[in-house]
Write a protein that binds this ligand. Structure first.
Ligand code: PBG
Length: 326
């Protein structure tokens, strides 16, 4: 037969051949596993909107960390859930020596020196108003917030954090934190900046988990408008100029185009944050028996890598590590 077409199916004939020409592969080392450290003892609280995700008190958290390490996970990020009575308008337990995040990092690094421990650097879990910066007359002030964020990052580095991941979206946070870290002697600690963070409805379940909803208004004066693409590139550019070592795009699935553009534009390591709402939707559909959870999650994470992500921060990390094993 005179073929006037290309036989693409030759390279799809069987699993062996398909595997040879696979362009994108997931590895366990791509994964960053988020953990919620809560003040108190003997607490393992499941987040109602996030099945199989828990708040852990420090006496129980090590077992969970060990499980992740045993599955081959090489990096975690710690979110702090302080006792509500400790919150104030300055978020002072965010940068306290014995804040929940600092304690958690110290303990986890002591027991798992090899594990990469990333600190989320923000104020919203620690402020009584729930915003990521300080407030005056109902306004979220930029520059006064920077000082507190730099203090927070330094205290996290002191506790032993390997990477600082600021998620607050104030302008200049990377340069303020870089300067603070350098001055304190932590010039070798990298910054994984949440450079491109959209004001997204997909964060809802996280705010349940971290008890960090704003008490008034919303985050639209600091987080980005989902309609904007060029603004994402300006955010990425300024963070690189200010000294960010890695760039985060958040959320992931509705923003795969942005991941690709930030990757091409910056050449920097890019992290996709597969956020809480993305997780919860998959879990809900899977609990109904409507989708195949394993296949859906692997497809989603593969698409993030195909879009240009080098690393993926995901609540599915332990499950993915198990699936990649078999
Ligand atoms: C706060 C912060 C948020 C998330 C991580 N750190 C969101 C927010 O409340 O603005 C969301 C993560 C998720 O949804 O999984 N600075």
């Amino acid at each position: 037969m005179n073929t006037t077409f290309t036989r693409h199916r030759r390279l799809r004939r069987n699993a062996g051949i398909r595997n040879m020409v696979k362009e994108t592969r997931l590895h366990k080392t791509d994964l960053i596993y988020p953990l919620f450290a809560v003040e108190g003892s003997n607490i393992k609280n499941e987040i109602p909107s996030m099945p199989n995700v828990f708040q852990w008190s420090l006496d129980l958290i090590d077992k969970e960390v060990q499980e992740a390490v045993d599955l081959g996970i090489t990096a975690i990020i710690v979110f702090g859930v302080p006792h509500p009575s400790t919150k104030d308008d300055q978020g002072s337990t965010a940068y306290h020596n014995h804040g929940i995040v600092q304690q958690a990092i110290r303990q986890i690094k002591r027991n798992h020196p090899e594990l990469i421990v990333i600190a989320d650097t923000c104020l919203c879990q620690f402020t009584d108003h729930g915003h990521c910066g300080v407030i005056e007359d109902g306004q979220i002030l930029n520059d006064p917030s920077l000082k507190l964020l730099a203090k927070t990052a330094v205290s996290q580095a002191e506790a032993g954090a390997d990477i600082i991941a600021p998620s607050n979206m104030m302008d200049g946070f990377v340069s303020a934190i870089r300067a603070g870290l350098d001055e304190a002697g932590y010039e070798d600690i990298p910054i994984m900046s949440y450079a491109v963070k959209y004001s997204s409805a997909f964060y809802g379940p996280f705010r349940d988990a971290a008890n960090s909803s704003p008490k008034f208004g919303d985050r639209k004066t600091y987080q980005m408008d989902p309609a904007n693409r060029l603004e994402a590139l300006r955010e990425a550019q300024s963070d690189i100029e200010e000294g960010a070592d890695m760039l985060m795009v958040k959320p992931a699935l509705s923003y795969l185009d942005i991941i690709r553009e930030v990757k091409d534009f910056s050449g920097a390591p890019v992290v996709a944050y597969n956020v809480s709402g993305e997780y919860s939707m998959v879990k809900a559909a899977s609990q109904q028996g409507w989708i195949n959870e394993e296949e859906i999650v692997l497809e989603q994470l593969t698409s993030m890598k195909r879009a240009g992500a080098d690393l993926i921060l995901t609540y599915h990390a332990k499950d993915v590590a198990k699936w990649l094993q078999s």
